[in-house]
Write a protein that binds this ligand. Structure first.
Ligand SMILES: [Zn+2]
Length: 452
């Protein structure tokens, strides 16, 4: 009866990691220094030195959340204004382009280490994605790249550090048995404990480990629920190693501690029951839709969000992160893909209809959220205007809720993309980026390095 084989999205991640490793082995000796040199973003200092420049943007059609309006905007001190500053250093002709706020990726793990970082940054900037949320990383690596991100010439990234799970839960197996063989080769068994994950099996564990978790200054807290309605069964059965998560009764306690410390909580889920449990625990964000992957052993009903839960999520402003690419990349049977799409579209529309904020996330090392946005477009889950707003407004807000980003308005960060065509008429135009501006600076994309 318990011969269930729902696996997490690890394989896609792992394949990408392996590809990275192979690339690393091939080029490490000769190209790494070159790669860093060729594609490293300009240092923060260079950007800061130009911070005082003011710009006037003419001939732009600016997105106002409903459509595009011809307007003149200015950038002064890195912020948008419609009032002409005393001195304009430069007038920029936007050539009738369609100006939209920058895009975000609300779920990925591709920014963590120095290796290939310059190319990852370049890929994100190239796709117009300025904001990236990393729900699970190893801090001792990500802290080393701090000077390469979070400044006007690069992408802005927020990290969760290690996620909170139970003994033998996801992502323990992923790190200990799989990633230890490639991306983090050479580490001893158990090395990831307290770095890539924290094992919280009891209130006492939470009590004793919480100070260490907070001391590492996470940008938010990542937690895991996997088939939490079977928590007791999975906990006692070794066949579920890596396919279980937190005791659902501990999640509200984790949320309470996190909120007390001013930290938002994101929860990985698998089923509609996990979704319900996460909501009731008071989490701020739910990673993945139920049914991000449809195991053949499971009835589709197990992944259908209830209308009551959709309403509750909307009332609480809980963000749900899409990650539909995860299932698409994993499922090879076209009939199953069709089923999965139907289930996902049903959940997406239900959530959107009730006003749940949906953020676009990818969860694949090799891709950016451009792939996820195009997949949602292909699935016809939303009309173009809705999809555009989810990607540039909701996703940005979900990643950096405290910042004035996601809108082209007075007082907001002077960050935008100029598209060659109207993305509401044809969504493909999101790829036709003619110009990029970030926090009052033109974005210069460095040429590709050979390591990618
Ligand atoms: Zn993930």
């Amino acid at each position: 009866m318990m011969n269930l084989r729902p696996r997490h999205h690890a394989p896609a991640c792992v394949r990408a990691r392996r590809a990275s490793l192979l690339a690393l082995l091939l080029v490490v000796s000769c190209c790494q220094a070159l790669a860093q040199q060729a594609a490293a973003p300009p240092p923060a200092k260079a950007a800061a030195a130009r911070a005082s420049l003011t710009y006037k943007f003419v001939n732009g059609q600016w997105f106002d959340g409903k459509g595009f309006q011809r307007k003149t905007f200015y950038s002064a001190g890195g912020v948008l204004t419609e009032k002409e500053p005393r001195k304009v250093d430069e007038v920029i002709d936007l050539q009738n382009g369609f100006v939209v706020p920058p895009f975000g990726d609300a779920h990925n793990h591709n920014i963590e280490k120095e290796y290939n970082l310059a190319n990852q940054i370049r890929a994100y900037l190239n796709d117009g994605i300025y904001y990236v949320k990393i729900p699970n990383n190893i801090r001792q690596f990500s802290v080393l790249i701090a000077d390469k991100i979070n400044h006007p010439a690069s992408i802005d990234v927020i990290f969760a550090n290690g996620g909170l799970t139970s003994t033998g839960g996801h992502p323990v197996r992923l790190y200990e048995d799989i990633l230890s063989q490639n991306a983090y080769r050479g580490v001893a068994k158990g090395w990831f404990d307290g770095k890539a994950y924290y094992l919280i099996d009891s209130e006492a564990d939470l009590q004793s480990k919480w100070p260490g978790i907070v001391a590492d200054k996470p940008g938010f807290i990542k937690t895991y629920l996997l088939y939490s309605e079977e928590y007791e069964v999975r906990r006692a059965d070794q066949t579920f190693y890596g396919r279980r998560g937190l005791n659902p009764q501990l999640l509200p306690l984790i949320v309470a501690r996190a909120h007390k410390d001013g930290l938002r909580v994101t929860t990985h889920i698998e089923t509609a029951a996990d979704f319900h449990t996460a909501l009731n625990a008071g989490v701020d964000e739910i990673n993945h839709l139920p049914g991000h992957y449809l195991p053949t052993t499971q009835p589709a009903a197990r992944f259908k969000i209830s209308e009551e839960d959709a309403k509750l999520a909307a009332r609480r402003g809980v963000v749900v992160v899409t990650t539909t690419m995860v299932g698409k990349l994993r499922e090879k049977d076209p009939e199953r893909v069709k089923l999965m799409y139907e289930a996902q579209v049903q959940n997406l529309r239900l959530l959107h209809t009730h006003g749940v904020p949906l953020a676009i996330g990818t969860d694949n090392y090799a891709l950016t959220s451009l792939s996820e946005a195009m997949n949602l477009h292909e699935m016809k889950a939303f009309d173009n205007l809705t999809l555009l707003k989810l990607w540039c407004e909701t996703t940005a807000r979900a990643i950096f809720p405290e910042r004035k980003i996601g809108h082209l308005k007075k007082g907001y960060e002077a960050s935008f993309l100029v598209l060659g065509g109207n993305p509401v008429e044809n969504f493909e135009h999101v790829k036709a980026i003619k110009m990029r501006f970030k926090q009052g600076h033109p974005v210069v994309i460095q040429s590709a390095a050979p390591a990618r």
